[in-house]
Design a protein around this ligand. Structure first.
Ligand code: GLY
Length: 585
């Protein structure tokens, strides 16, 4: 199912979820150990697109703070990275100011009022297939009320310095004047789902005369929309822009109404905070599962001397995998939208509970089927298990300014190009975030994720996410700004990068580029990227792991570290991505 889905999607997804490779593929070593980060003294922006990083960097140079630069980068990504950057999606922005305060801005999409628990099931209770355009994956019914414009405007107004008009300007320029496409970008734009919707085909595929590498891609409708947002962002939710958007969506049977847009709310929430050795980990609270799973896994790993074991040694991989397995088991049963669920977050991230989990780790892999949650720590989970489909086309960017303010943003349309629907006259793609809900109780999604009824569909609810924007302090000093796309693999990507940098002796560039491993409780498989040596693979097999060795990658870390000795900013831009950039000055 993964592969079929992948074929109908973009090149980026093909790389992300390529079929399992032969054993030999996994032995190709990546030269990550020679990599060095980009160094800068005053400010750094790292994103998946060089033009978006440059836009943010220019804002920093012009006296903007990290929020100004992040908002500029976010709007620029909506122009130059349409596969995941967006106006029609949602996301999370984590901010830590130089005076030590931190906050989490939740601009996750919301289900429309007309949404209901079984809306993606047929009369027999089966999940509607993607092909018929009634599903949660492609087409108008997949679209949830977008939050990105509200979230970025909110962040700019409350925490920025330069004002929205200034920070949106680079995006308007990029949309109006256009930008030169690379071969990879033109390949992505040939997405077969985009071709199913007239406006998407017209705008992104020139009506079938596909863009070629080296051509300039201009987006006049998007430029006009950005100008209108720049003049009055509220227009997107309460004004003429909202009316035009809803009229466009209605034509295709979309559920989002003017009332849904008018009731959309950005939520500012307290981040999840955990401690690991001398580090304080500040991360994403629900409706993301990211921070809870990250902190729970680190709690389990706390007493192990990973540094002594050696980065990615078999014992390192074994212990970290067993921590992931246990934390993901809890994720699958307890987490959802905090505005709709009461969740035992303090209990899940409690160190005593982690110690009890740890005591069940043996020398060999624990089969997930044999895993028993330690008793006496948590209330019973809601009884039925559900399904959700966190997909893998999302994007992350990290920013630090000269004052030491840090911003970590992950934003998503969900799948590549989201629902593949473009609001024609407005020129932007809409999300398919409805697919991050549990569409059918008791059925694992295409990535094998099982989730509880806490993530069932309900009107105005936010779907559970795995996005994990994270900021790490060492003592009380800023040390890392981390994040990645990658669906269910986002959390382990962030954990892999953090552990390799903090414990494994890798610099941030090496940590970002090093081959990843992932376990999510179910399916009971240990996924490996290429680059692990044959001895490691043999040792993991001997410990009882069912290995899922990939010949492609599944995430894209865009991260910053701070040199603890010199205070220099160190940019780690994922070299798996061909057009990203760590831009510093
Ligand atoms: N849509 C991906 C996520 O929110 O995790």
């Amino acid at each position: 199912m993964i592969i079929t889905f992948c074929k109908t999607r973009c090149f980026a997804l093909a790389l992300l979820i390529a079929p399992a490779a032969s054993f030999a593929m996994a032995q190709v070593a990546l030269p990550y150990r020679d990599e060095q980060p980009v160094r800068a003294k005053n400010g750094m922006v790292v994103s998946a697109h060089h033009l978006a990083s440059d836009a943010g960097l220019q804002i920093l140079k012009d006296g903007g703070n990290a929020v100004d630069a992040a908002v500029a980068t976010g709007f620029a990504l909506a122009v130059v990275h349409p596969v995941a950057g967006n106006l029609g999606g949602g996301g999370f922005l984590l901010l830590r100011t130089q005076d030590g305060r931190s906050t989490f801005i939740d601009f996750r999409e919301q289900a429309p009022l007309a949404a209901s628990a079984n809306m993606y099931l047929d009369a027999n209770g089966n999940v509607l297939p993607e092909e018929n355009l009634q599903s949660s994956i492609t087409g108008y019914r997949a679209i949830a009320t977008p939050g990105s414009v509200a979230g970025l405007a909110y962040a700019e107004k409350k925490y920025g310095r330069l004002g929205l008009a200034r920070v949106i300007a680079p995006a308007i320029q990029l949309a109006e004047a256009g930008f030169v496409l690379t071969a990879q970008e033109t390949h992505e734009l040939q997405d077969t789902n985009l071709a199913r919707f007239a406006d998407s085909r017209r705008i992104f595929q020139r009506g079938g005369q596909y863009y070629q590498a080296g051509e300039v891609f201009k987006q006049p409708e998007l430029a006009r929309t950005l100008r209108r947002i720049s003049a009055n962002p509220d227009d997107f939710y309460h004004g003429k822009l909202a009316q035009e958007l809803v009229a466009d969506l209605k034509k295709g049977g979309g559920l989002v109404t003017l009332d849904d847009l008018a009731h959309y709310e950005v939520k500012e929430r307290a981040p999840v905070v955990g401690h690991f050795h001398n580090y304080t980990v500040i991360s994403a609270p629900p409706p993301s599962s990211g921070g809870v799973v990250l902190v729970s896994a680190l709690n389990i790993l706390e007493p192990y001397d990973l540094a002594k074991l050696g980065d990615r040694s078999p014992e390192w991989i074994h212990l970290v995998t067993e921590a992931y397995r246990r934390a993901y088991m809890d994720r699958s049963e307890y987490l959802g939208d905090p505005d709709f669920n009461s969740m035992p977050i303090a209990e899940l991230t409690n160190t005593g509970y982690a110690a009890a989990w740890r005591s069940s780790i043996a020398d060999k892999a624990t089969p997930s089927a044999d895993l028993h949650r330690p008793e006496g720590f948590l209330p019973p989970p809601p009884r039925t298990a559900g399904k959700s489909a966190e997909s893998q086309d999302t994007t992350h960017y990290s920013v630090v300014d000269r004052e030491g303010n840090a911003v970590s943003v992950t934003t998503t349309l969900n799948n590549g190009f989201g629902s593949a629907v473009t609001a024609g006259s407005l020129g932007f793609l809409l999300n398919d975030e409805m697919d991050d809900f549990a569409a059918k109780i008791g059925t694992p999604n295409m990535y094998g994720l099982i989730q509880g009824p806490a993530d069932a569909i309900a009107p105005r609810k936010r779907p559970l996410s795995a996005m994990t924007p994270t900021i790490v302090l060492e003592g009380d000093k800023l040390r890392y700004v981390l994040g990645s796309p990658g669906g269910s693999r986002i959390i382990t990507t962030v954990a892999n990068i953090f552990l390799s940098a903090a414990e494994g002796g890798l610099n941030i560039q090496q940590a970002v580029d090093a081959p990843r491993f992932h376990h999510q409780y179910l399916p009971d498989k240990l996924s490996l990227e290429p680059g692990f040596d044959p001895e490691t693979i043999t040792a993991l097999k001997a410990r009882g792991y069912d290995l899922d060795i990939r010949n492609g990658h599944w995430s894209d870390g865009e991260c910053i570290a701070v040199d603890p000795h010199t205070g220099e900013l160190l940019g780690g831009q994922d070299h798996r991505s061909h057009y990203g950039k760590a831009a510093g000055y």
